[in-house]
Design a protein around this ligand. Sequence first.
Ligand SMILES: NC(=O)c1ccc[n+]([C@@H]2O[C@H](COP(=O)([O-])OP(=O)(O)OC[C@H]3O[C@@H](n4cnc5c(N)ncnc54)[C@H](O)[C@@H]3O)[C@@H](O)[C@H]2O)c1
Ligand SMILES: O=C(O)C[C@H](O)C(=O)O
Length: 310
Amino acid sequence: MKVTIVGAGNVGATCADVISYREIASEVVLVDIKEGFAEGKAMDIMQCATTTVFNTQVTGTTGDYSKTAGSDVVVITSGIPRKPGMTREELIGINAGIVKSVAENILVHSPEAIIVVVSNPMDTMTYLTLKATGLPKNRVIGMGGALDSSRFKYFLSKALDKPSNDVQGMVIGGHGDTTMIPLTRLASYNGAPVSNYLSQEELDKVAASTMVGGATLTGLLGTSAWYAPGASVAYLVDSILNNQKRMIACSVFLEGEYGQEDICMGVPCIIGRNGVEEIIDVKLNDTEKAAFAKSAEAVRAMNADLKSVL
Ligand SMILES: NC(=O)c1ccc[n+]([C@@H]2O[C@H](COP(=O)([O-])OP(=O)(O)OC[C@H]3O[C@@H](n4cnc5c(N)ncnc54)[C@H](O)[C@@H]3O)[C@@H](O)[C@H]2O)c1
Ligand SMILES: O=C(O)C[C@H](O)C(=O)O
């Protein structure tokens, strides 16, 4: 199985690293526009092969898309990240043009690929990719919910003082500081509602920390995060390539699901070899439905800015 990752920066290279050491794919191609950068990252990763022990072949190229031919999955991480104090939405001006041209280049050599969009503002970049390529909706998947959900489980585990892997929870909605919706009502500690152990005030604090999780890291790091984002993309790619059919919150095109149409937003999806295989209805209550509708309004307003590129 072959995976191409466009953008060999922090997130792209971390994703390539996780995919290779976990042998999720047999071949990974990194692409970047910075001369020699993808080649260097690929060589560095390959020099781990005998110490972390893997057989995945990782190569890099400076913009030669012929090397990406026949990819099963293509991950788009090319574009600029935010700096402290910025929102993801402020990146649209530069990233829209990059994402559109990358998606078009990719399809020339890998017409059957499933595309995973990571560049921000991710929901709008996913919508752009879908509209610009005309691909069927099952083959364009925005990664955000997997990351936001892992942050949610991290903050829940801290509040509960229990291991993250004993906590279940999901974040849906937009991948934005004010648009994501951590589903605290449905979160559990090994099946028992977390509200059995945490007060409403503690749950509200967990939700708030989750929503600004990316901004908090950007403030600490001076650029946005990459370890959890890269690992979250690898987790999604694993479910596609190995047909795991995991339920993962992903930004996908909605045609009436969750009361929305003509928009890409985070909803629980079954992810397998065909990409998005099903959208799961988790039965939101009225408050959650209202939050989803408000989130959609904000994502839709951002999509309106695509007029100049679409
Ligand atoms: N969806 C998510 O959950 C999530 C998580 C983290 C980061 N992001 C986003 O992912 C993007 C990348 O973040 P990063 O931290 O890796 O940034 P980075 O600056 O480390 O890497 C981006 C890379 O893209 C390359 N690039 C730019 N234009 C290109 C083009 N036309 N073709 C090929 N490569 C090109 C750059 O040279 C750079 O190496 C940002 O937009 C960031 O906001 C999204
Ligand atoms: O916060 C960012 O800008 C990057 C990414 O979307 C994240 O959530 O880490």
